[in-house]
Each structure stands twice: as structure tokens, then as C-alpha cells.
Design a protein around this ligand. Sequence first.
Ligand code: ADP
Length: 216
Amino acid sequence: ESFSYSVSHDLRAPLRAISGFAEIIVRRHQSDLNEEGQRYFRNIVQAGERMGQLIDDLLTYSRLGRAGIQRERIKLDDLLKEIVMRMGSTISKKQGTLVVAEGLPPVMGDRTLLSQIFINLLDNAIKYHRPDTPPQVTVDFRNEDHHVIISVKDRGIGIPIEYQQKIFDIFQRLHPEDEYPGTGVGLSTVKKAAELLGGKIWIESQVGHGSTFFVK
Ligand code: ADP
């Protein structure tokens, strides 16, 4: 953890220099560059932005739980309402639906960790929809042995069985950036948050039919 923390910080300075100088060249010396040169510099700027996003996500991952875990009674229905409201415009832009079951129970947990879990799972459920079908996402729950199991279900592209464990490893992605953007840090953040709370996460998925992520 301390490794990824200092790497994230030490990577920022040279990245800022690379991106900053590339941007200056694009802005001030555009007329000195031919079409090919301009394209290369635009690629440098874009790659810099992508690397900045990777560093941000890596930082979120490494910071998770660092400040200690604040266990308190969290009303899951309020928390989910807040998160869903923030995602409202993304869902309506894609003409999707997101339904949260009534009566989600309160749990003992850490607000930041629980938020990270649901933000990332919902983000993915919305993002990985089939190209011809808008996202259809359902959040549901069931009680089992004094625990609550929450499910986030989508009818998206699904995940082949051989990758259903790997996707929880950091930076593991199954799609090129131009098809589905992302950094490959989301699910490892979810797993880490669930485990810090003494819980776990698992998945059921079928290619072409959708995925359901369970958090206990
Ligand atoms: P990111 O979405 O930034 O790529 P994640 O760690 O959140 O990274 O997810 C890892 C990979 O797992 C994704 O790149 C994608 O291939 C796959 N994945 C995650 N959630 C879903 C989902 N709901 N449906 C289909 N594939 C998914």
C-alpha cells in the first residue's frame, strides 16, 4: 500500500511536466509543426490525461481504509438514493433504467467504503450495456444469517467464466479503451472495500445476458 501511495505521488511530477510541455508546444508552436507532428503531440496530451486518471484511481485504491474504518449505522436506502441521484444524468443520457428495491435495511459499516462499493458497481452496470440495448440495472437485497446480501444486476454484455475472478485484480480489463473507457481499478477497489469491512464480493454472469454482483 505504501508502495502504491508513493508511486502515485512520484509519478505525478514527471507526468505534469510531460503533459504541460506537450500542451505548450501544441498551443504556441502549432504553426511550426506539420499535420503529423500535431497529431503526435495531441496523442501525448491524451495519453497524459489517461495516465492522470490511472494515478487518481490508484490513489483512491491505496488510500482506502488508510484513515481507519469508521463503523456506524448506515441507512442503505438513503445512501443508495444519494448515489443514484448523482448518476441520474448518465443514466438518462443513455435512456437507461435503474431500480432500487424498497426497504433496504440499515447496516453497520463505513460510509466511504460502502459508497465506493456501490458507486463502482453501479458505474460498471451502466457502462457495460450491450450496444443495442440501454442499461437496465436493478439493486436488490436478501437477509441471510444476520447478514444482508446486496445484489447489483445488469442486463449488459456479461463476463466470460474464465475472467470472472481476474476482473477483481487491479488493472485487469477485458476491453480496449476506445470500446469501453476505464482504468481497471474499480472492481479491485470494491473488493478491497468489502474485505476491509469483513465482507466479500462474488459474481454470477453470462455472456450476452448480463452480470449480477453480490456483496455480503
Ligand atoms: P474498468 O471498468 O475501469 O475497466 P473495473 O475494475 O471496474 O475497471 O472492471 C474490470 C473489468 O471487468 C472491466 O474492464 C470489464 O471488462 C469487466 N466488467 C466490470 N463490470 C462489468 C459488468 N457489469 N459487465 C460486464 N463487464 C464488466
